[in-house]
Design a protein around this ligand. Sequence first.
Ligand SMILES: Cc1cc2nc3c(=O)[nH]c(=O)nc-3n(C[C@H](O)[C@H](O)[C@H](O)COP(=O)(O)OP(=O)(O)OC[C@H]3O[C@@H](n4cnc5c(N)ncnc54)[C@H](O)[C@@H]3O)c2cc1C
Length: 356
Amino acid sequence: MNKHIVVLGAGYGGMAFINTILPHIPSDVCISVIDRLPCHTIKPEYYALASGSLNENKVKAAFPIHSQVDYILDEVEEIQVAYHKVICKNNEVAFDQLIVALGCVDNYFNVPWAEKYTESIQTFGQAMRTRKKIDQLPPGSCVAIIGGGLSGIEFASDLREQHPDLKIILMERSNEVLSTLPDRIRKYVRQHLEDNSIEVMTNVSVTMIDERAIYYGPVQEWMEYDMCVWAAGIKPNPVASPLLAYSNADRLTRIVVKENYELPYYNDIFVIGDCASSEFAPSAQLAHIQGKQLGQYFISVWEGREYLPEPIKLKGVLGYLGKKTGFGLVNGNVLLGKVPNVIKSGVLWMHKHHLG
Ligand SMILES: Cc1cc2nc3c(=O)[nH]c(=O)nc-3n(C[C@H](O)[C@H](O)[C@H](O)COP(=O)(O)OP(=O)(O)OC[C@H]3O[C@@H](n4cnc5c(N)ncnc54)[C@H](O)[C@@H]3O)c2cc1C
């Protein structure tokens, strides 16, 4: 009987796995990929989908075609480990081996009503909803963006270019935006935001959000808003949480896995991408490498070879500040201005066009 491998999530990790194994799939193996979207999407560009600078077709890439791979368009609701089954909204899918690559969701850190009253750029559907709401805002409306990390900064800069008529406020909990990057980058970005009339509030900790105002500390204050976008943090997709019964969580609540990405206490279930623990912060780059490594592990098992993974080396970070400028830390070198913007466009273009 054929062996059935099921891949949950056709994002960065899931598609890197599929692309790696594609030329090597043994004849007795069939693969199903389940995703709520009918194509792969370039998640690092969701901010541009939301701001309106990119059309939805620009962030979509077709799935690769192979006679032993089928794609199921469905919402994954539950993983039933003991029954080797995945329950989706419209299907039940049995598996012999399972790859979980379901990415992440927003982390609201228990801030009351944050989930209810804020918009998001975390999923394709949420980014599209955010864009629709922005398009309906009257001129002069106040958009508050919570979170001064990479996605908050990219979104704020692009929103400014698309909507010069909006008041944009960026709220950050630490004392500077992009707090993990070198000082030169932080200063450059801060200057860019100020030059483009994006008000930056640092050292503010949001404590509650209701339908009209954002409440924040350290001294209790509040501020009215017309629209609020949450970009303050992420956590692994909760659909994967039951797998913690067969593993442990790291400090970011990601699932600890073995060197071959298998659960430590359950065979044949593998976790990659934003759901999987790593010494590195979650990123598309990391998810892609993990998907590739997992593919190489599968190929080595099929070919009866020992699996010898190479250590993960990340190239760095690249960020857009609108369409013309950007910033980056690549192999330890700080890049500012047009160059990092162009490199990032090239990296995303290559990813999109080498997928199908
Ligand atoms: C605005 C923004 C900017 C970013 N910029 C960068 C950047 O510049 N560089 C970088 O390296 N990283 C960046 N990231 C992070 C990066 O996109 C993620 O770390 C990466 O996509 C994670 O890959 P993954 O495979 O774990 O999950 P994803 O790529 O998110 O894939 C998960 C897949 O699972 C599907 N899915 C989820 N839940 C379900 C369900 N219940 N049922 C069915 N399908 C489901 C989704 O549709 C998706 O296709 C950015 C993220 C955002 C939001």
